[in-house]
Design a protein around this ligand. Structure first.
Ligand SMILES: Cc1ncc(COP(=O)(O)O)c(C=O)c1O
Length: 406
């Protein structure tokens, strides 16, 4: 064995910076899309896994359990049935592709459609994982204004009009209509129809990312945009079991028609998503999904009330936010001049981690005074203590001249 061989000499140019070593979980973890630990139905998973293994064990000998590369049929049947029942979207299992989390769904749809320089339209504040992927692909990203009902249709029309004047046809409008990430709004059905009509008038497709749609606090789930598009050909849809069951399962799905589905399948070269997860979730979800989601949503609603109360108590007038309509995060605006990127280190010193807003906005300057706080993971008492520590961090930064623009 050669001592001291330095493989880093061989790294190709243009690689992203190396990842930081994991430094452990902070006491007050408001980052990422973690779920409520007390709500994970692991007992139900254990029973479902035993039944599923008894039924499908020998099939593990083959990639894709010897079945379709689109994923375990009973799981695709569950997804199709649940979308028809819960989201008014009649779906055939042949339109469903099971993915390794919906992040893989984003990667596949992007890989099929987005080339460097292609315009893509997104909500002005949107999922950081989408923005970073589009940036890595060299897409030209255009942000659309948001209000308390989601994407502004007037502004969308303006953006599409202006692109069309420059003979630029966006690859798609990416939207998170139900529990928008990070703003937590729910787009009403009428606006969904207007969005479809506007996109269609400009000849633009829609990519609908719906991973929080089962988690609305009032239990109302509007019809999906895809369901409103007669025939569905203009909308690719994705969802996930991360938010409804558990993110560590890594199970998501895409719903698309065959012309797109056949391309996504050709791009999914990982020999299938985890089979144990698929057979377990198919078994579990068929019997328990609705009851589980109702209980989870109620637990998340309590946590949401805890964080909103804690923000009001600890931040007072310093924080502006609208209570989210569901899901696991709240989007908070701090006074102009606060730069939340610069609060990361002092907050970490107090044991608090949060998502600074710049990575969640097409205009990082707009996001700079904002932050996303996930409340799904911590117990309510820890939420209150963490928010108090974060408020101390912000107040301290306001007394320091180093803050942006202060
Ligand atoms: C809007 C949105 N899409 C996709 C994902 C990816 O989730 P997963 O890969 O766990 O399904 C997330 C995760 O937080 C998200 O918020």
């Amino acid at each position: 064995m050669t001592a001291g061989f330095d493989m880093t000499d061989l790294l190709r140019p243009g690689l992203p910076a190396g990842a930081a070593e994991w430094a452990g979980d902070p006491p007050f973890n408001f980052v990422g899309g973690h779920n409520d630990p007390a709500s994970v139905p692991f007992g139900g998973f254990a029973e479902a896994a035993a039944t599923a293994l008894a039924r499908h064990g020998p099939a593990l000998a083959a990639y894709n359990l010897g079945g379709s590369p689109q994923g375990h049929l009973p799981l695709r049947e569950f997804v199709a049935e649940a979308l028809a029942r819960r989201a008014q979207m009649p779906t055939d299992p042949s339109q469903v592709l099971i993915t390794s989390g919906s992040l893989q769904a984003l990667d596949l749809v992007n890989a099929a459609l987005v080339a460097p320089g292609d315009p893509v339209v997104v909500e002005k504040c949107t999922y950081a994982g989408t923005l970073s992927r589009l940036a890595a692909l060299g897409a030209e990203v255009h942000g659309v204004e948001l209000d308390s009902d989601g994407m502004s249709i007037d502004h969308l029309d303006e953006v599409l009009e202006s692109l069309s004047r420059h003979r630029r046809r966006p690859k798609f409008v990416y939207t998170i209509p139900t529990v928008q990430n990070p703003t937590g709004t729910v787009m009403p059905p009428t606006r969904r129809i207007e969005l479809l009509e506007t996109a269609r008038r400009h000849g633009v497709a829609i990519f609908e990312d719906d991973c929080y749609a089962d988690l609305t606090f009032d239990g109302e789930r509007p019809p999906t945009i895809r369901s409103l598009d007669n025939g569905g050909g203009g909308v690719v849809y994705c969802g996930s079991f991360s938010k409804t069951l558990a993110p560590a399962l890594r199970l998501g799905y895409v719903v698309a028609d065959w012309p797109v589905m056949s391309r996504l399948l050709a791009l999914k070269t990982d020999a299938g998503s985890g089979a144990l997860e698929q057979i377990t979730v198919a078994e579990y979800a068929a019997a328990h999904f609705d009851d589980h989601v109702e209980a989870l949503t109620s637990a998340l609603h309590n946590k949401c009330q805890a964080i909103c109360g804690a923000l009001r108590d600890s931040f007072g007038d310093l924080a502006r936010f609208e209570a989210p309509r569901g899901g696991i995060f709240v989007w908070v605006a701090l006074p102009d001049g606060v730069d939340t990127d610069r609060l990361v280190a002092p907050a970490a010193a107090r044991g608090v981690e949060f998502n600074p807003g710049s990575a969640w906005c097409t205009d990082p300057n707009y996001g700079a005074s904002r932050m996303r706080l996930c409340f799904g993971h911590l117990r309510p008492e820890a939420i209150a203590a963490g928010i108090a520590a974060l408020a101390d961090t912000v107040r301290e930064s306001l007394t320091r001249p180093a803050s942006r623009g202060v």
